[in-house]
Design a protein around this ligand. Structure first.
Ligand code: NAD
Ligand code: TDX
Length: 372
């Protein structure tokens, strides 16, 4: 059994970060978890409600662009492990406003690395036991053609969107701190996640919300683009393996071997929603604007729209290294993970209405000061 760690989780109020904090506090209850999150539109304290009561947990409302806050936390909490999720994460937003992506994903990551170096490597007491785990994405590898092999850890970086470019830059910075300063680092590059608490700007939660509120389901281009989907808890399990068993300085791909064309996902989702409404009369009363409430097919909402600029055609992750070296395997199939996600969205209307209509943000600014 490892000694209790002091784990700084950046971006822990976001989708994957919050799932990770819950996962980690259940698996390693003696570890102290400090969440540092700026609570951007994507961060939500409600995502952390079930862990907030624990003694071994602290939430800090702060920004990774604020060097003094990071420094204070590193020293005050004697952090020995950083798990870095904080990022601007939505490709479409990066096309419209790339600057925030450079700030948070590149400069913010460098701020964390500089603080970690100061406290772990350059401190008067000499190098301390530590780990900086960087959470990254398959998008750094660019796009694949239909017959290309899946991305491995050896695939050359070829980021195509400002989001992917900013993540690629952060991956290189992490690597350089290992090579140059001997910092103990690991990086994981994961495929598309889905599951509870995902902000409804991303494909799966957006389509579910639109389907039950009777809004168009906007499919970019012809819907033939392919993504490789992983249930969020399986991503957390992969990160766990990398943190606990991964070679320091190494990168591991994490994925679910679950390639789907976007249009097939949307069609599947429509069928599942029709089936859910047929099985449960209450849903029609609850979501009267859904086509399924009036016995119509949800697929009638599918609308092909203008394609995303520079839209990568296919992502696919080869997770052989994580499997062979770390014994990593996802537990959920796409079908089981998808059903869990749909059920969660149907049961948590309050959550998605709050994050979408901005009332949560208003609540935060009224009730949560920057000093908390
Ligand atoms: P998200 O957008 O849901 O959450 C990001 C979190 O970071 C939010 O809580 C936000 O408030 C916080 N944040 C943003 N800027 C910050 C700043 N400057 N300082 C402090 N906190 C800040 O993102 P996600 O989907 O949970 O992704 C988490 C990480 O995983 C990201 O690094 C992303 O690149 C990576 N990733 C995501 C996916 C995916 O499918 N979503 C797949 C692979 C990798
Ligand atoms: O309305 C939509 N219609 C549509 O056709 C949206 C939001 C998306 N799409 C398409 C674009 C993509 O081909 O669906 C696919 C998935 O889109 P997103 O959910 O925006 O994800 P993607 O762009 O693939 O990036 C995601 O996976 C990798 C995450 O957002 C990133 O943070 C992660 O690094």
């Amino acid at each position: 059994m490892t000694a209790a760690r002091k784990v700084l989780v950046t971006g822990g109020a976001g989708f994957i970060g919050a799932n990770f904090v819950r996962y980690w506090s259940e698996c390693y209850p003696s570890d102290r978890i400090i969440v540092l999150d700026a609570l951007t539109y994507a961060g939500n304290l409600a995502n952390l409600e079930s862990v907030a009561a624990g003694d071994n947990y602290r939430f800090v409302h702060g920004n990774i662009l604020d060097v003094a806050t990071i420094d204070e936390l590193m020293l005050g909490e004697q952090v020995d492990t950083i798990v870095h999720f904080a990022a601007e994460s939505h490709v479409d937003r990066s096309i419209h406003e790339p600057d925030a992506f450079i700030q948070t994903n590149v400069i913010g990551t460098n701020n964390l690395l500089m603080a970690a170096r100061k406290h772990w490597i350059d401190s008067d007491s000499g190098p301390a036991a530590h780990l900086f785990h960087h959470v990254s994405t398959d998008e750094v590898y660019g796009t694949l053609g239909p017959d290309d092999p899946a991305f491995t850890e050896q695939t050359l970086y070829a980021p195509n969107s400002p989001y992917a470019a900013s993540k690629a830059a952060s991956d290189h910075l992490v690597r350089s701190y290992h090579h140059t300063f001997g910092m103990q680092v690991t990086t994981s590059n994961c495929s598309n996640n889905y599951g509870p608490y995902q902000f409804p700007e991303k494909l799966i939660p957006l389509m579910i919300v639109n389907a039950v509120t009777g809004k168009p389901l906007p499919v970019y281009g012809d819907g033939s683009n392919i993504r490789d989907w992983l249930y969020v808890e399986d991503h957390c399990r992969g990160i766990d393996r990398v943190i606990n068993q991964g070679q320091r300085g190494a990168t591991y791909n994490i994925g679910g071997n679950n390639e789907w064309r976007n249009i097939d996902i949307v069609n599947q989702l429509c069928k599942s929603i029709d089936a859910a409404f047929e099985a449960d009369d209450q849903l029609a009363a609850h979501f009267p604007d859904a086509p399924a409430a009036g016995g119509k097919k949800t697929e009638s909402l599918i609308t092909f729209v203008k394609d995303r600029l520079g839209h990568d055609w296919r992502y696919a992750i080869d997770a052989t290294l994580a499997e062979s070296e770390l014994g990593y395997k996802p537990l959920e199939s796409f079908e089981s993970g998808f059903q869990l996600t749909l059920n969660w969205m149907l049961q948590n209307e309050m959550w998605w209405r709050a994050v979408m209509d901005g009332s949560y943000r208003d609540w935060i600014s009224k009730n949560y000061s920057a000093d908390d």
